[in-house]
Design a protein around this ligand. Structure first.
Ligand SMILES: Nc1ncnc2c1ncn2[C@@H]1O[C@H](COP(=O)(O)OP(=O)(O)OP(=O)(O)O)[C@@H](O)[C@H]1O
Ligand SMILES: [Mg+2]
Length: 164
């Protein structure tokens, strides 16, 4: 067992605050060289989760959606590894991710939208998938503007798995 192997499984996360708390647990278990890929639709909570991971690791914030930069490095405040937060949304290919020249051995790397992008950075990594809960009062069963529904506190289903 290493990294977040003990967290492999499926979780119901009721609110943004709970998502940050879950991230805090993740962050406290991550070690230098660990890579985590976050997948999920726009607004699923990937950045919210990363904010909790940053707190658990004890790195300097703030963690934001990187609008103008593709990768942001958050140095540790506690003598641990830095957090490299990558938003791969606008990246065309894994090759470009290589080009970012990340010091993956010494960092904890979190990649939003990174599925299919991370082959070659590490031999193995974790994927955390975030989904809106189906069948509840989620956006899928509501009328009106779906973006309103996504902004409201709404449960998410979070699945942690080991890759490949
Ligand atoms: N259970 C929940 N967990 C996480 N976020 C939630 C939850 N319920 C509501 N939210 C809200 O959903 C939004 C998630 O935004 P966030 O930026 O974290 O998503 P994202 O997946 O990073 O989006 P993007 O694809 O644009 O990067 C926030 O406004 C947050 O408050
Ligand atoms: Mg985001």
């Amino acid at each position: 067992m290493s990294g977040i192997d003990p967290l492999v499984g499926r979780y119901e996360i009721a609110s943004p605050g709970e998502m940050e708390e879950f991230g805090d647990r993740v962050g406290r278990m991550l070690r230098p060289g660990d890579l985590v890929v976050l997948t999920g639709a726009l607004g699923a909570g990937k950045t919210t989760l990363t904010r909790g991971i940053a707190a658990g690791l004890g790195v300097r914030g703030p963690v934001q959606s990187p609008t103008f930069v593709i990768a942001r490095t958050h140095p540790s405040l506690v003598g641990g590894p830095p957090l490299v937060h990558v938003d791969a949304y606008r990246l065309g290919s894994a090759l470009e991710l290589d080009d970012l020249d990340i010091d993956a051995d010494r960092s904890v790397v979190i990649v939003e939208w990174g599925r299919d992008m991370v082959d070659g950075i590490r031999d193995s990594w974790w994927e955390i998938e975030l989904e809106r809960e189906l069948g509840g009062r989620g956006a899928d069963t509501m009328c009106g503007d779906p973006s309103d529904a996504l902004d409201a506190d709404a449960p998410r289903v979070v699945t942690v798995s080991r890759r490949p």
